[in-house]
Design a protein around this ligand. Sequence first.
Ligand code: HEC
Length: 132
Amino acid sequence: MKKLTIIMICMFSWSAQASEAVITSLQDGYGLEGASTFSASRGASMWTQTFTQKKTGQAVNCASCHSTILTEAGSHIRTGKVIAAMAVSGNRGRFNDAANIEKWFLRNCKWTMNRTCTPQEKGDFLAYFQSQ
Ligand code: HEC
C-alpha cells in the first residue's frame, strides 16, 4: 500500500513537471517569434472575450466549451461532451504534448475568434492555465 502511494505521488509530480516543461518550451518558442513577457491576467480576459461564430452566428468564447472556472470541467457547446478542466494544477494528462496543444490552439482560435492566435496570445493563455 505504502509503495503504491509513493509510486502514485511520483507519477503525479512527474506529470505536473512534464506539462510545466512543455509549456515553458512552447513559451520560449513564442518569445523567439517576437512575443514578450506573458501575462496570466491578459490570458484570463481573452478567455472570456466574446466573438460571433462564423457558421452559427452564436456569441462564443473559449469558455463556451471549456468553462470560465479552469479547475472545472467544461461542456462542448455543440456536442455536449465533457471536456476535462484546463487548469495545470491537479490535472494529469493536460499539456503534455506540444503538437497537440498547437493543434487545438489553431483549431479553437479559428473557430472562436475567426483567426489564428498570435504567439503572444498563446503564451498568455498558457500562463493563465498555469496560474490556476
Ligand atoms: C467548440 C468547443 C471549443 C471551444 C470554443 C474552445 N475549445 Fe479548446 N478544446 C476543445 C476540445 C474538444 C479540445 C480537445 C479535448 C481536450 O483536450 O479535452 C480542446 C483542447 C484545447 C487545448 C489543448 C489542451 C491540451 O491538454 O493539450 C487548448 C490549449 C485549447 N483547447 C485552448 C482553447 C482556447 C485558447 C480557446 C479559445 C480561443 C478554446 N480552446 C476554445 C474545444 C473547444
